[in-house]
Design a protein around this ligand. Sequence first.
Ligand SMILES: [Zn+2]
Length: 269
Amino acid sequence: MADGCTVLLTFDFDAEALWEGAYGITTPSTLSRGAYGANLGMPRLLALLARYGIAATFFVPGITAERYPDLVRRAHGAGHEIGHHGYLHVSPTTQTEDEERAALERGLEVLERITGERPRGYRSPSWDLSPHSLRLLADHDFLYDSSLMAWDAPYLVRVDEGPRDLVEVPISWELDDAPYFLFAFRPAYRVGLADPERVFRIWRAEFDAAYAEEGTVCYTMHPQIIGRHHRLALLEQLIRHVRQYPAARFARAVDVARAYRAGVEGGAR
Ligand SMILES: [Zn+2]
């Protein structure tokens, strides 16, 4: 993106589906961690974003949208983008092509029914794609994917070495809240529980460098993780830091992808 620095706040609103779909854990206490993201994480995030007038992107698994349609509608109604995040939050790398297509179509149907708008962006539940994913996304008229990590700013990914391509809005584990904060015993021990000040320093340094080069920085958070008070304070600190810079702007992933696509077609790149 030309003209200043672009900051994307993206949220993977997984709720229970993170634990069920990705890890196969369905015990009550574990599932209740996911529910926290819906009960408190989402309302707190929506209030914080409204306070600063920021439009963000929420990637939502179909089953989570079915469980919490009012929250998804509220986010959509507030001007946030709702992106596709699988149906059961199962990794496409573990699915057959038919299973992956079915999950994609079911998620599309649910999100479109609830918001009245067809999602244009997809983020894999496992942040990884199968050999079929990009083709399935192109077949279903997606504008962009957000699961790959080859760049800071948007770039194009070819579909099956053919003529079609998709915009990629890249992510990174360093700019995701889960590796720093997510504590768990199962399915594997995760230390998590990082000091938010440390994470703020890392995220601020990424923004400062992106600002200096008029680049793009994309953060990912999970309502059930960032929604705790001491971590929300980190997000607010980051927002306030970005706001000090006049040439920095917050944007939704879909708007960044559209602008990038328009630039490519206009021969700007
Ligand atoms: Zn997720």
